[in-house]
Structure formats: C-alpha cells, structure tokens
Write a protein that binds this ligand. Structure first.
Ligand code: DQA
Length: 163
C-alpha cells in the first residue's frame, strides 16, 4: 500500500496545549488519526512524523524523495512550523528531491504577524494550504491524492471527517 508522508516541524508536538485560540484544542495524536482516516479513503497509508529539529526533517524529506522515486509514496504534507519562514535548507531539500509537497499550516499565516507571511517552502511546494485547522491535514492528503491521480475508493467519501 503506497504511503503519504505527513511531516510536522517544531512545536507541533505541543498541539492541544499550545495557543489553543490559534491552533485549536486537538492534539498531534488527533491529527494523526485524521491523516490515517483521510489516507485510508484513497487506499493509502499515512506515515506521520514530527520533529523539532531541522536536520531530522531534511533527512525525512530525502527519504520521502527515495520512496516517491520507487513508487512507494505519493508525496508529503509538510507543516514545517516556524522553519517555513527561515529554512533555506528545507527549501533546498525539497527542490533537490523534486518531491511533491503540499505545504500546510493550521492557522492562516497571512492573517497573522508579517514575519509569518514569507515562506521558503512555498516556491518549491506543489500547493499551499492554510487556515483550515487540524481537519485541513485530511484535505491536504485528499489534494495530494488528486495530484497523484489516486481516486477515492468506492464507498469512502473524501469529505471532512468522512461525512
Ligand atoms: C504554523 C504557522 C507557523 O507560523 C508557526 O510557526 C507554527 C505553526 C501553523 O500550522 O499554523 O509553528 O505552521
């Protein structure tokens, strides 16, 4: 079963307790359940990982590039957290692997502080999504499946929460 990788960067392990007015009250474990459900609707498996370390995320991007080249994965949903706004190394890793990446942010970064408006990921992402809360991870997986030409499986709606 091909996989979709869901990579979360710094501080996203704090979901649920971190600024709930901005990021909501769901935890990273809830995000992983949303991702598994969304992936399953397309006959995919979600491989969810989180790290607070830039180099670890870069290694995972490289690994994802190899998996995609072998047809074992369809791409990455990446919420790089604050590294989005600072990391040329992440930009280079995505560019270097030619990996299909959907950049995702739980909050609408463009409605927030100016320093969140610039992204080093966006120029090398296939698509950019933001502001849909934790359910947006499922929508990003559906979008990645669509880009990869993977259809939803019979009887499994690709809508939010499976509704
Ligand atoms: C975030 C937005 C970033 O600006 C912030 O640094 C994060 C989370 C989001 O999901 O809304 O850590 O990527």
């Amino acid at each position: 079963m091909p996989s979709v990788l869901v990579l979360n960067g710094p501080n996203l392990n704090l979901l649920g307790s971190r600024e709930p007015a901005v990021y909501g009250s769901e935890s990273l474990a809830d995000v992983e359940r949303i991702c598994q459900d969304a992936a399953q609707r397309f006959g995919l498996r979600a491989a969810c990982r989180q790290s607070n370390h830039e180099g670890v995320l870069i290694d995972w991007i490289h690994e994802a590039g190899r998996l995609c080249a072998q047809g074992e994965a369809i791409g990455v949903v990446l919420n790089a957290g604050a590294l989005t706004h600072t990391s040329i190394a992440l930009h280079d890793a995505i560019r270097g692997t030619a990996l299909p990446v959907i950049e995702y942010h739980i909050s609408n970064v463009h409605a927030r502080e100016a320093f969140r408006h610039h992204s080093w990921v966006s120029p090398v992402a296939r698509a950019v999504m933001a502001g849909l809360g934790v359910q947006g991870y499922g929508l990003a997986i559906a979008a990645l499946a669509q880009l990869a030409g993977v259809a939803a499986q019979e009887g499994k709606s690709p809508g939010i929460n499976g509704k």
